[in-house]
Design a protein around this ligand. Structure first.
Ligand code: 3NM
Length: 551
């Protein structure tokens, strides 16, 4: 049998306990294969040996007809009895080395891994053809998983890093499928988020209940194919180059489209963030009513979500997660502000839960906050991190004087690459990193933009950091369509650069007028609102190629 990467694409793992009443086990498997299942693992935990063999023979007949591999879970004897194409073992089953000795070189061997150490061991043993990494998300199908909550894309990427390092130099590439809680709601983002561009991505997805329990297993399987097509990352070639250079055009887009910027944010800054959003010409909404989120995403094209971790409570984290699901499904941008991420392990855990629950287009924070997130990355991007490791978040204020610029570059790049998003590190100079427009196969450079801070007075009133999140949200949503409401593609990096630049130019102009924090706040809102006043300065600002240093 000819095994390629696409052999692993939609890997059906069977379970006979969840077949719909109107169907039979073998019908479910056959239909799934007809829908495009590219590999089948027969997984039976309660059948007698004799019944297991009978079932394996029946499935073998179908897999043979469709020329796809049949893998037997755990039972080497059953695999031998029916001449299956391979065996899949877990960490407590027969060691892969022993399986290889029994089965010989021609059969496929898969091993389940739940952490980087187990991946490392499989790589060192060098006998497996593929690994199954998981559990990605909570699943009801397997009860004895090591991490019932799921390791999420963050955990999967840490395993991919170990595998990718191995595969880079190995004679034989070990393939990898993700498993656990994968369904049609999350398959696209699993493929997108569980990859390290230029190093390692998933070869396929392994699925049980989403197919085995489906009334329409053929279509349930076929649907998985389209998620692979969606995995094309945007590249520099398909950007709207003209708009990407023109902040005035962007802010005018915000004003004419009047986007809705949905905030779930902390109580301290709600008022100021709403005023900043209004001053930009966008509409703020501070909704925490989960039932209406889907209505927003159906109703509005120019919409974004700003999640701010300023005053977290468990209910709010759950609200974040449900909002993310709705916004991700509708394809609207999400801006995440990991306020004081490094202040405690509990807060970092909140960030981990949030970033595992879905995809955010932008992460905005100060140096302390972004360096805390470094702990959630796979480490595939960075080499040395000495001075970054010295940075400890001190509440919401970060210390940037001790850190060299090259370390800031390394930090931003690492977080942007891992989370495949735009990262903004705020401070007296703002740094923006593009982890979105990367090539999937080669290690392409991360675009970096540098924007000078606006005014020292911005630090004298509360909420200027958080309201930058609102501004980014307004620009992303404002640039999502042209004035006629037709969707246009402007890359998030350019929109974020436009937002950060506009915000700081307004701050700089306001800072020169006022005498103290009170008047500054008012002048700042006025300046944000006065495009004509800022226009001459904005016209000077350009994104230069790969790197911009604003004059
Ligand atoms: N192995 P579903 S999770 C068979 O984590 C299996 O190793 C897992 O089922 C692992 O697609 C799992 O229905 C069950 O969530 C996955």
């Amino acid at each position: 049998m000819f095994i390629t990467n696409s052999t692993y694409r939609t890997y059906l793992v069977t379970d006979s306990t969840m077949i719909p009443e109107s169907s039979t086990f073998i019908d479910q498997v056959t239909e799934s294969i007809m829908g495009g299942a590219s590999m089948v693992q027969l997984r039976e935990k309660t059948l007698s040996t004799r019944d297991f063999i009978e079932r394996a023979k029946a499935v073998r007949k179908v897999t043979k007809e469709f020329c796809i591999p049949l893998i037997i879970n755990d039972r080497i004897d059953v695999a031998l009895a029916v001449n299956a194409d391979g065996v899949h073992v877990g960490q407590d089953d027969m060691p892969a080395i022993t399986v290889r000795k029994i089965l010989g070189e021609k059969k496929l061997i898969g091993v389940t891994c739940s952490n980087p150490e187990e991946v490392k061991q499989v790589c060192e043993e060098g006998v497996a053809d593929y690994i199954g990494v998981g559990t990605v998300f909570k699943t009801n199908t397997k009860k004895d998983v090591k991490d019932p909550k799921g390791c999420g894309p963050i955990g999967i990427r840490k395993m991919l890093k170990v595998l990718g390092d191995h595969n880079r130099t190995a004679k034989k590439e070990i393939k990898v499928v993700a498993i656990g809680g994968i369904n049609h709601d999350n398959a696209g983002s699993v493929l997108y988020q569980c990859s390290l561009p230029g190093l390692q991505s998933l070869t396929g997805l392994a699925v049980v209940s989403c197919i085995m329990a489906s009334e329409e297993p053929k279509y349930a399987t076929a649907d998985f194919d389209r998620y692979y097509q969606e995995q094309e990352l945007p590249t520099m070639d398909n950007l709207d180059g003209e708009t990407a250079q023109d902040i005035v055009k962007m802010i005018k887009g915000v004003r004419s489209n009047s986007p809705l910027v949905h905030h779930i944010t902390n109580n301290v800054v709600k008022n100021f963030s709403a005023n900043v959003t209004l001053a930009l010409g966008a509409s703020p909404i501070m909704s925490e009513l989960a039932n209406e989120f889907e209505e927003f995403t159906c109703k509005f094209k120019n919409l974004s979500l700003v999640l701010n971790l300023g005053t977290p409570i468990p209910e709010q984290i759950e609200l974040f997660k449900s909002a993310m699901k709705v916004y991700n499904a509708a394809g609207h941008h999400i801006v995440f502000d990991p306020v004081a991420a490094g202040a405690s392990l509990a807060r970092l855990q909140c960030c981990k839960d949030i970033l595992n629950a879905g995809y955010v287009s932008v992460i905005k924070g100060n140096l302390g906050e972004i360096s805390a997130l470094l702990k959630l990355t796979s480490g595939y991007s960075s080499t040395e991190r000495n001075s970054i490791n010295r940075v400890v978040s001190r509440g919401v204020d970060s210390v940037d004087s001790e850190v060299e610029e090259k370390d800031i570059f390394e930090l931003g790049e690492a977080v942007a690459r891992d989370f495949k998003c735009v990262v903004v590190i705020t401070g007296s100079t703002n740094y923006i990193f593009d982890g979105i427009c990367l090539s999937a196969n080669v290690r392409s450079p991360v675009r970096i933009a540098k924007v000078p801070g606006g005014s020292k007075l911005m630090g004298s009133i509360t909420g200027t950091g958080c309201s930058l999140g609102s501004t980014i949200g307004a620009f992303l949503a404002g640039c999502a369509t042209d004035v006629n409401g037709t969707p246009i593609f402007i890359d998030p990096f350019s929109a974020v650069w436009g937002a950060v630049t506009y915000y700081n130019v307004a701050g700089s102009v306001a800072g020169k007028i006022g005498t103290g924090p009170g008047s500054f706040m008012i002048n700042f809102l006025d300046c944000l609102n006065d495009v004509e006043k800022l226009e001459p300065i904005l016209k000077e600002k350009k994104l230069f190629g790969n790197f911009t240093e604003a004059p």
